[in-house]
Design a protein around this ligand. Structure first.
Ligand code: ADP
Ligand code: MG
Length: 383
């Protein structure tokens, strides 16, 4: 469509032979040139299949795929993988065991003149910090080094799009964090469009310009990390992105009341009487107060912070993470406030708008005291 669209999937469906449930269903996705897009979803939701479709290792049953504005699949057309200008790094790296590091990197450059090939291999060895390992074989490398070889090999022919399948899944926790930073630096320098798939939300949130959330074969939301986290389209997306508490609230016209304060409902098209507000662990301020609407029911010290569970008057338990300066005991009564100007408001499973909190820090608790909120609505027991 637009010329800045690096990859476009339009209504793509894919069934594997002999299966009834599609691996990918009605998938629509626009990837902008130069961005790092993370596809985040649980295992089995179709992430690898999506990458294989883009790379040309699978054919869609219906729908179309464009790369750089050119149709590569769909409408009777099928461009083979090697002509798509796409580099793919497999989850297990798939290095050639009998080839050295430099031979692995050179593998994708078979069509190049010898001198040009040598120059490009040298460039990538330098870029990925692998010069000292050029004559080693894959089994003589650490997991992190193998990953760099796989990325160097994929980048060598100057692909317009780099596809990374769970790039950190095979690394231990500490190395994973380091490689994440390294990869980010490397990709920024190269300036290639990247689609990275992962089931690890921290990875997606930390690395991506935008996150595409995938569930059961289809993309349900594409947004910045901040927005998928704080303004998820559905409850399911909310939970996939991290700890979520849903606080019930009663709405009259555009004004709502809840145990975390009163608010103005924005963006909701249909009138509604009952909504639920999404609270993330850091969205909450706790303050000791003899008439507070919350009671501390659990605390868990986890080092840099303390996780408190607070039972609200409405019957919901909110899980929050508090700085070390907050010291509350189980059984203490607390005032629970939200420290964000706006939080997502849900009716049923869908986000219907935003709740702009009217009384933030410093409000008087009594303002809400005579407006008890009905608890026990559907799903209200979720915490
Ligand atoms: P993910 O990468 O998100 O874990 P996949 O794309 O690998 O998911 O798989 C999506 C669905 O397709 C899963 O239900 C999986 O079992 C199925 N699937 C994947 N590959 C094949 C295949 N070659 N044949 C049949 N079913 C497959
Ligand atoms: Mg996979």
């Amino acid at each position: 469509m637009s010329e800045t669209c690096a990859v476009r999937l339009a209504g793509v469906w894919k069934w594997y032979r002999g299966t009834v449930v599609p691996a990918v269903r009605d998938l629509w996705l626009d990837v902008r040139a130069g961005e790092l897009l993370a596809i985040l979803g649980p295992s089995g939701c179709g992430k690898t299949t999506t990458l294989r479709l883009i790379a040309g290792l699978e054919r869609p049953d219906t729908g179309a795929i464009e790369i750089g504005g050119r149709v590569v699949a769909g409408g009777g057309r099928f461009v083979p993988p090697e002509e798509r200008g796409v580099g793919l790094v497999f989850q297990d790296y798939a290095l050639f065991p009998h080839l050295t590091v430099e031979e692995n990197i050179a593998f994708g450059l078979r069509g190049f003149a010898r001198q040009e090939r040598a120059r490009r291999v040298q460039e990538l060895l330098a870029l990925t910090g692998l010069e000292a390992f050029r004559t080693r074989y894959p089994h003589q490398l650490s997991g992190g080094q193998q990953q760099r070889v796989a990325i160097a090999r994929a980048l060598a022919p100057h692909p317009a799009v780099l596809l990374l399948d769970e790039p950190f899944a095979n690394l231990d926790a500490e190395l994973r964090l380091r490689m994440r930073e390294e990869l980010r630096r490397l990709l920024r320098d190269v300036g290639v469009t990247v689609i990275l798939v992962t089931h690890d939300r921290d990875e997606a949130l930390a690395l991506a310009d935008r996150v595409a959330v995938m569930l059961e074969g289809t993309v349900v939301q594409v947004d910045t990390p901040e927005r998928v986290y704080h303004e998820p389209r559905t409850r399911e997306v909310a939970r996939l992105l991290g700890q979520a508490s849903f606080v019930p609230a009663r709405v009259l016209g555009r004004l709502g009341r809840s145990d975390i304060g009163s608010f103005a409902l924005e963006g909701a098209e249909e009138p509604t009487e009952q909504v639920e507000l999404l609270l993330r662990p850091r969205d909450v301020v706790l303050e000791r107060h003899p008439e507070g609407l919350g009671v501390v029911v659990d605390r868990r010290f986890v080092g840099a912070e303390t996780i408190y569970r607070v039972l609200l008057r409405c019957g919901i338990t909110v899980e929050t993470s508090q700085p070390p300066s907050v010291e509350l005991a189980i059984g203490e009564r607390v005032e629970v406030r939200c420290n964000r100007a706006r939080v997502a408001a849900f009716a049923g499973d869908e986000r219907i708008g935003l709740a702009a909190l009217l009384e933030r820090l410093g409000r008087t608790r009594s303002a809400d005291a005579e407006a008890p909120v009905a608890g026990g609505a559907d799903g209200a027991a979720a915490s």
